[in-house]
Design a protein around this ligand. Structure first.
Ligand code: ZN
Length: 286
């Protein structure tokens, strides 16, 4: 669910360069260079993950290329099935089908330690998926639901509560906007569509926590640094709920399309919803 990632010592230099590129991408309006940097950062991330998973096996489907370790041979087909199953459905809701069809890279990590090692990532230990610059990284269902649980049950639970929809929304929002989006928007949409498909919702903050909500600016660049992550995710969903319930999916589609054309986020919000980010912030506080 997290997009961001700190780096471990091995890939420190390489990742630092990548992160610097992401920083430039996220914080500046670079006009013509942005799409180029966007593609470069995705290829860099893919290269880094490939290096980290050289001994993994590969399974190819129509739309996905899945890398998995030997321990996960029993679930590779299932992961492919789940991704292929949900992918066109998420495209339909977002009204977007990528023009150039390339296989989407997925890495399945056998356990949480392997996932954390790859990202050097000490964040949310309950997250089961990470979207990172065109790549979807998943924690194996075997690691999530080990013990006496049988394979049918494991697959049923993972389909319902697993990260298929959530991470696919992150992938498509990123593709649609060419990396030009606010973090709360993609987290809100991921939860919105996930709830619609499977009924799954994350935990809700306590009433007293809701009194002190974050600004949408805080939920953009410093989303991962917010001390109350439950509140950050919940607010993202609340904001997207508000936008879609009040203004419909068509406006959301217009917003994402405008962002894909390189419109500045605040300008795109103003244009589509006829309100500033500050006004949207105020509405969400009510
Ligand atoms: Zn997420």
């Amino acid at each position: 669910m997290r997009q961001g990632a700190k780096v471990n010592s091995k890939g420190l230099v390489f990742l630092s360069v990548l992160m610097a590129l992401f920083g430039v991408l996220l914080f500046n309006n670079l006009g013509g260079i942005r799409p180029w940097l966007y593609e470069l950062s995705k290829q860099g991330a893919n290269l880094y993950l490939n290096l980290q998973t050289q001994d993994y096996q590969t399974l190819e489907g129509e739309n996905f290329s899945i890398k998995y370790s030997q321990q996960d041979e029993n679930i590779a087909q299932f992961i492919l099935y789940g991704m292929e199953e949900f992918y066109p459905k998420v495209q339909t809701v977002l009204r977007y089908k990528p023009a150039v069809q390339k296989k989407i890279p997925i890495v399945v990590y056998p356990d949480r330690a392997a996932l954390n090692k790859s990202f050097g990532w000490g964040g949310d230990k309950s997250a089961v998926g990470v979207y990172w610059a065109g790549n979807i990284c998943l924690l194996s269902p075997n690691a999530l639901l080990s013990g006496s649980i049988d394979m049918d049950k494991l697959q049923e639970v993972y389909l319902r509560e697993g990260p298929f929809t959530h991470e696919l929304v992150h992938y498509l929002v990123d593709e649609m906007t060419r990396g030009n989006y606010s973090r709360w928007l993609t987290e809100g949409l991921a939860q919105y569509i996930e709830r619609d498909f499977t009924g799954f919702v994350l935990a809700e903050p306590l009433p007293e926590e809701k009194k002190d909500i974050y600004s949408l600016t805080q939920l953009d660049r410093t989303f991962d640094q917010r001390p109350n992550q439950v509140l950050a995710y919940w607010q993202s969903l609340e904001t997207v709920d508000y936008l879609i319930e009040q203004h419909g999916m068509e406006k959301m589609d217009q917003l994402l399309t405008g962002l894909g054309k390189g419109e500045v986020f605040t300008t795109a919000i103003q244009k589509v919803y006829d309100m500033s980010i500050t006004e949207l912030d105020e509405k969400m506080k009510q």
